[in-house]
Write a protein that binds this ligand. Structure first.
Ligand SMILES: [Zn+2]
Ligand SMILES: [Zn+2]
Length: 298
């Protein structure tokens, strides 16, 4: 299995997982929080034609995850998989319309039941986040399991037991609590982001890694970093301390460049050359959390 990100952060998230079949690869897109033109351009960057996407699995209805899903699906006839709650919330926030069900492209999934997208078996699990019926998931291909966990307020025993099956993991490390407290965000937003249904802080991400590092885990990618209340250098330092003793390599996905393809089943696989390090923006971006805070208020 290999995976890549077209971008990760509160301005848009999109992940690709592939079984890397040499002739007929399955390409699972997880979330699509970018406009179609932007997704197509970013797909080109990682050598993927939009028609080649086998299906899109949507984790929840926040704009940075769903805003591009239905336009992309309509344009390229791509099947979409999401929970009933996420579908209802997507309708309510006008990301899609009721009659889209008639296209046959939408499959409503159960947040506890596995389903297949091409040759990849998706094993979803519910997570605590301020959305209607949010999921994250394991993706399985012939004995190899990748996991993804972003947009989650705290670690539950069920999530940890699921993630302990993962050979590779994409894990949110959203914010530094001190930087969040000192940020210019309104108090309500600070409470939401740092709350039990918000986002994983660097500290909680490290606790999760601590729990998983001596299990099956062989690769990890840090995701959904806030531009304004986190810093990739800080995440790298904290993660190195936790993962170093276990010899688990990790990378950091960023908003603009995402993460280049990483071959997870090749044990000698190196981190992608384009792997960004030390990138940080001191600018206050007003779009940060906008999509989500609107949803949270709904
Ligand atoms: Zn998000
Ligand atoms: Zn969210």
């Amino acid at each position: 299995m290999k995976f890549s990100s077209l971008g990760s952060g509160s301005e848009g998230n999109c992940w690709l997982f592939s079984d890397a079949h040499p002739v007929h690869p399955t390409l699972v897109m997880v979330d699509c929080g970018f406009a179609t033109k932007e997704v197509v351009a970013r797909l080109e960057r990682v050598g993927v034609k939009p028609e080649a996407i086998t299906g899109i699995v949507v984790t929840h209805e926040h704009g940075d995850h769903v805003s591009g899903v239905f336009k992309f699906s309509r344009k390229f006839n791509t099947p979409v998989f999401l929970t009933h709650g996420t579908w209802q919330a997507a309708l309510r926030s006008k990301h899609s319309t009721e009659n889209y069900l008639e296209t046959g492209l939408v499959s409503l999934i159960d947040s506890h039941s596995s389903f297949s997208v091409g040759q990849v078996l998706i094993d979803p699990f519910p997570v605590p986040h301020d959305a209607r019926e949010p999921i994250q998931m394991l993706l399985r291909v012939s004995g190899f399991t990748a996991g993804i966990l972003t947009d989650c307020g705290h670690a539950t025993p069920h999530m940890l037991s699921k993630l302990s099956q993962a050979d590779a993991l994409v894990l949110e490390s959203n914010h530094c609590p001190t930087m969040l407290a000192q940020s210019p965000y309104p108090e309500s937003l600070k409470r939401r982001v740092g709350g039990h249904y918000g986002h994983l802080s660097n500290q909680v991400a490290c606790q999760i890694l601590e729990h998983l590092k001596f299990k099956r885990l062989r690769y990890v990618v840090a995701a959904h970093l806030s531009r304004n209340t986190n810093c990739p250098d800080l995440v790298s330092r904290m993660w190195a301390e936790v993962l170093g003793p276990a010899g688990v390599p990790f990378g950091v996905a960023c908003q603009d460049n995402g993460f280049a393809w990483w071959d997870l089943q090749n044990v000698s696989a190196k981190l992608p050359a384009s792997e960004p390090t030390g990138e940080s923006s001191g600018n206050v971006d007003q779009s940060e959390f906008d999509g989500e805070s609107e949803q949270a208020a709904a």
